[in-house]
Design a protein around this ligand. Structure first.
Ligand code: HEM
Length: 426
């Protein structure tokens, strides 16, 4: 459970040498993310952050708008349906693996956090790059190594220390892997082949449309830019998805009545068959549960923005260059917005949709808001529904006595000591 102080809606702090205003009023959050979007940029991030969060995640202004326009069609709900077989294959691998563990003893204790991390990696690798799973895995291994180098590199990225040289070598290797995949696709398309139904294929298809519609090369992305756009699929798509599924399993272990309700819904819709996209869109209880988990345990806990110019938010005018923090996790827990039971797990608050769940429509924003809203939200909700449905079809689960509840921030909101659950085969 989180302890949130309701003291003050807007506060000012020094973050090292940087002045920072923290905004917790949902209306003011909306002003920053949506209404006055043009006046803000994303706050500066560390060199590691810049490497991990490259492409559209890091751009501003016209460059961001152009890249976002080209990426959008690849994440359209209709296009995502084409990726369902990839999601389904990854889910099957996961549940078959777990079933093998469980069949030895009838039940089995497992830390599901690393399991779901590896599941989310496979999903991104297959959904983003189709058959090139091995290359995808190599990118993740490099990324994990980079995340461990975080502190040193963030402080002295430009010095030719052995660690910094290693980071640069990793960067070259990742570019060359993604560059190789992109080149193969370009050649296949030039030879008259179809672009594939994965994110890379859809991105290249959308990019080519831009070339054709505008008749000039500048309208599309260069190969180098396509490579930069593939990196955030890994960074933004993996850890977030795996923590969402992990917290969902933890919370459903703490609230077995909701686990039963979710399973009943899934079995009613699919029986023991593989979930399809139409059926997934009917899962109301599962959706309410996922939203409530995203409210209580938002994978991204804070958004940051920097004002380009002098800006009025609420009744106060702020000077240019000021940093703003929007602490989503606090806003998701405010009693004034969510009621006295704000810190309790109550999926029923979403029974009439997101807009009616709190006193202000904009109090729930796990995927951010405005034009920079998470491009992958439909992708991850489909992935999570499919994953959860297939787990619920085959297993019941409860907390293990060795589980310690310790939400902890390491880039995302993670379970500090893992998520040890006992699985029972159904
Ligand atoms: C539960 C899972 C996820 C959560 C909670 C989440 C959350 C977010 C948030 C809060 C932002 C906005 C950051 C900001 O405004 O500063 C964002 C942006 C973004 N996300 Fe996600 N995300 C998730 C999954 C994904 C997935 C699966 C992908 C891709 C496959 C993805 C790709 C992106 C990209 C490319 C952006 C940048 C959009 C832009 O700046 O225009 N995300 N995400």
């Amino acid at each position: 459970m989180f302890m949130i102080s309701n003291a003050g809606r807007t506060s000012f702090t020094w973050f090292g040498t940087v002045p920072r205003v923290t905004i917790t009023d949902p209306e003011m959050v909306r002003e920053i993310l949506s209404k006055k979007f043009d006046h803000f940029g994303r706050a500066n991030i560390s060199p590691l952050g810049r490497w991990l969060a490259s492409g559209v995640l890091s751009y501003e202004g016209e460059k961001w708008a152009k890249h976002r326009r080209i990426l959008n069609p690849a994440f359209h709900a209709e296009k995502l349906k084409q990726m369902l077989p990839a999601f389904s294959a990854c889910c099957s691998d996961l549940v078959v693996r777990w079933a093998n563990f469980v069949s030895l003893e009838g039940s089995y204790e497992l830390d599901v956090w690393p399991e779901l991390q590896s599941f989310a990696r496979d999903v991104i690798s297959r959904a983003a790059f189709g058959s090139s799973i091995e290359e995808g895995r190599r990118i993740f291994e490099h990324q994990a190594e980079l995340a461990n180098e975080k502190l040193c590199w963030a402080k002295c990225g430009f010095l030719p220390t052995p660690r910094n040289n290693r980071v640069k070598a990793i960067d070259r290797e990742v570019r060359s892997i993604i560059g190789g995949m992109t080149k193969k696709r370009e050649e296949a398309i030039k030879m008259g082949g179809e672009s594939k139904d994965d994110l890379l294929g859809l991105l290249m298809e959308s990019n080519m449309k831009q070339y054709q519609e505008h008749g000039n090369k500048k309208a599309g992305l260069t190969t180098e830019e396509v490579i930069e756009e593939c990196k955030p699929f890994y960074f933004a798509g993996q850890e977030t998805a795996s923590v969402l599924l992990t917290w969902t399993m933890v919370v459903l272990s703490m609230h077995p009545n909701w686990q039963v309700r979710a399973r009943e819904e899934v079995l009613q819709e699919f029986g023991k068959d593989k979930p399809d996209s139409e059926g997934l869109s009917h899962l109301k209880i599962v959706t309410m549960i996922l939203y409530e988990v995203l409210r209580l345990y938002p994978p991204v806990i804070l958004l940051q923005r920097k004002a380009y110019d002098k800006i009025k938010i609420g009744n106060i005018t702020y000077p240019p260059g000021l940093f703003f923090a929007l602490p989503m996790i606090s806003i998701h827990h405010y009693q004034e917005l969510w009621g006295k039971d704000a810190s309790e797990f109550k999926p029923e608050r979403f029974s009439e949709g997101v807009a009616k769940a709190s006193k202000y429509q904009v109090a729930f924003f796990p995927f951010s808001g405005g034009p920079r809203i998470c491009i992958g939200q439909n992708f991850v909700l489909l992935e999570a529904k499919m994953g959860l449905a297939m787990i619920l079809q085959r297993f019941s689960f409860e907390l293990s006595p060795s589980y310690t509840h310790a939400p902890h921030i390491h880039i995302n909101l993670q379970p500090q000591h893992g998520a040890q659950l006992r699985l029972h085969k159904l």
